[in-house]
Design a protein around this ligand. Structure first.
Ligand code: PLP
Length: 399
């Protein structure tokens, strides 16, 4: 640890910057307060307004707002019909929830490797993992960049698999001019405070399929229906509703929906600033052989959720841990996204072995996410760049 003293001495910044944070402005607060004073604070008109707005933003026919992104994934997994004995191909570099939703249904996640340069799920890896038990694919738009949707949709169609897109990072991203949310069978979003727009906690599923939509709406509220068509014992009695399957209470409140409606008005400016910051980092690091830059595919017009700083181990004398700690000592507080999901001890205990996704494992050992959010000022961004350059200069291999 001693060698790090030079970083701690006069840090680049006095106050720490973290990798992500929300931007809540006065109009957001006003929207929430107004809804709190209204007659209905859950299952009310703001949820309807939000779902309509989400359809506009994503181009999807239907949207279902839920209490968080994990609930969105869970309901999508149930609506996909997943059950014990089924296999689902899942990105290996993602938040655990992308795979947990498969486990909630008793099915088995099968982890696909990433492409070494875009860090998104590799379609060839998906092809190799398909078996007669495969029912669905969960593809994650990692960092906000869309997965290769044309190819993945074609694979799913050929093998009769349902595509669930985990777009927790990707609200606002377009793939070949079509917004994310209108392409996969179901697309799941998260509105956690680190994401591009927030409702505190929140999530949504979008789909173009009416049957899936109706099922998702029912699952969100206990599996209870008021539609006589869906009832086993239909009646027009006013009080009657019927639980026809096992559902959950995954509803979002109206004041959260009000916050998100207000935030969605700013998606354009949030998104533009995130892009701008990512470009500043790219420019600053482009000429540094010690660092590697994420490849962007031309099909994705990306709203960036994460900026991945990737070390080139051949050009540096330190490992990721040392680099991370050095940045931390400079008061730049990165995070690592992500541990390959099957490295979590929960998955290890289920029998997943190390080594199954070599690109993902190499990636994990070389990366950290730099601060990226709307509220970062230009001078914050310059501090981050200065700190990175300072650490690189210290650990760079002399050739
Ligand atoms: C944030 C996130 C989730 C989960 O969303 P919550 O709203 O926190 O439940 C799922 N998948 C990915 C890739 C995420 O980043």
């Amino acid at each position: 640890m001693e060698e790090l003293a030079i970083f701690g001495g006069i840090p680049v910044r006095e106050k720490p910057i973290h990798y992500g944070r929300q931007c809540i402005e006065q109009d957001d607060i006003d929207a929430v307060v107004e809804t709190l004073k209204s007659d209905v604070i859950t299952c009310g008109p703001k949820i309807e307004e939000l779902e309509k707005k989400l359809c506009e933003v994503t181009g999807a026919k239907y949207a279902v707002a839920v209490c968080n992104g994990t609930a969105a994934l869970h309901l999508a997994a149930i609506a996909a019909g997943l059950k014990e004995g089924d296999e689902v191909i899942v990105s290996s570099i993602t938040f655990a929830a992308s795979a947990n939703c498969v486990r909630y249904c008793g099915a088995r996640p099968v982890f696909a490797d990433i492409k070494p340069d875009t860090y998104n799920i590799d379609p060839d890896s998906i092809r190799r993992l398909i078996t007669p038990a495969t029912k669905a694919v969960v593809a994650v738009d990692f960092t906000g960049q869309a997965v290769e949707l044309d190819e993945i949709c074609a694979i799913c169609k050929e093998h009769n698999l349902l595509l669930i897109e985990d777009a927790a990072h990707a609200i606002g991203t377009k793939y070949k001019d079509k917004p994310v949310g209108s392409i996969a069978d179901m697309t799941c979003f998260s509105f956690h405070p680190v994401k591009t727009v927030t409702s505190g906690e929140g999530g949504a599923i979008t789909t173009n399929d009416e049957a899936l939509y109706r099922r998702l709406v029912r699952l969100r509220a206990h599996g209870i229906t008021r539609s006589q068509e869906e009832m086993v014992h239909p009646t027009d009695a006013r009080w009657y509703n019927e639980q026809v399957e096992l559902g959950y209470n995954y509803r979002m409140t109206d004041f959260q929906a009000a916050l998100l409606c207000s935030q969605l008005k700013k998606l354009g400016k949030f998104s533009a600033r995130r892009k701008e910051i990512a470009e500043k980092y790219n420019e600053a690091f482009a000429e540094m052989p010690e660092l590697m830059i994420q490849r962007e595919i031309p099909e994705s017009e990306t709203t960036r959720h994460l900026y991945i700083l990737r070390l080139n181990p051949e050009k540096l004398t330190c490992d990721r841990r040392q680099f991370f700690d050095a940045l931390y000592a400079e008061n730049i507080c990165p995070q690592v996204h992500y541990l390959p999901v099957y490295w979590h001890s929960y998955y290890e205990k289920l029998g997943y072995q190390k080594g199954i996704c070599p690109n993902a494992e190499k990636f994990y050992n070389e990366v950290m996410s730099l601060p990226l959010y709307y509220m970062l000022s230009d001078s914050d961004v310059e501090d981050v760049i200065r700190a990175v350059k300072k650490v690189v200069a210290y650990y760079k291999k002399q050739s």
